[in-house]
Write a new protein. Structure first.
Length: 201
């Protein structure tokens, strides 16, 4: 007989929320165990992979590894939407708030939780500030948008309560790893499309 205390809890990545992340202004992307992203170069395939990788690893220094080992993409270029156009370097000027969030379903316990991060870029010269969160429930329960704008800290609510932030990367990594309990994402890429396979664990 299987001891329920030692049985692994299966987890499935079900949705990705992107707000002010490169060319994605406000998108919710449904996901399943196997996902196919296809498109021309620059369509956003690596942008999606980088968002998922950022949350699962809490590493904001390595981007676009699937497409280029020497990528020059940075957290700032993603949050502000770097265009590379002369005279119009970024899509977003002024103060910018960005969110990435993953909705995950625990199959054995039949419940959802959300891992994510909020990024604040107050101006073009300053560093992007990171805050992490781990919340019970679905993406729909979190108020990412308030009055048609990304929510500020005091308006970011989960089911009536203010979201609790994690301010240190190491603490977020520890908590996310514990919550995921050995979560795995497998990635493979061809010249024209990227396949993400997320096996149950």
């Amino acid at each position: 007989m299987v001891n329920p205390t030692t049985m692994q809890t299966k987890k499935i990545l079900t949705k990705l929320r992107l707000i002010n992340w490169h060319y994605f202004n406000n998108e919710t992307i449904p996901l399943k165990n196997i996902n196919l992203f296809s498109g021309e170069n620059g369509a956003g395939k690596s942008t999606i992979l980088d968002a998922i990788q950022l949350i699962l690893t809490t590493n904001s220094r390595k981007f676009n590894q699937a497409a280029n080992n020497e990528s020059k993409r940075t957290l700032k270029s993603y949050v502000r939407g770097k265009t590379g156009e002369e005279g119009n370097e970024y899509l977003r000027n002024g103060a910018v708030i960005s969110y990435i969030a993953l909705e995950i379903y625990e199959k054995t316990k039949q419940r959802y939780f959300v891992l994510g991060a909020k990024f604040d870029s107050p101006d073009l010269e300053g560093e992007v500030k990171k805050k992490w969160f781990c919340e019970e429930g679905t993406l729909e329960q979190l108020s990412f948008i308030t009055e048609n704008k990304p929510s500020k800290d005091d308006r970011f609510i989960n089911n009536g309560k203010k979201v609790n932030y994690i301010y240190q990367d190491k603490e977020a990594k520890r908590k996310f790893k514990y919550r995921m309990a050995r979560g795995v994402i497998f990635k493979s890429k061809t010249s024209c499309f990227t396949i993400i396979k997320m096996p149950s664990i």
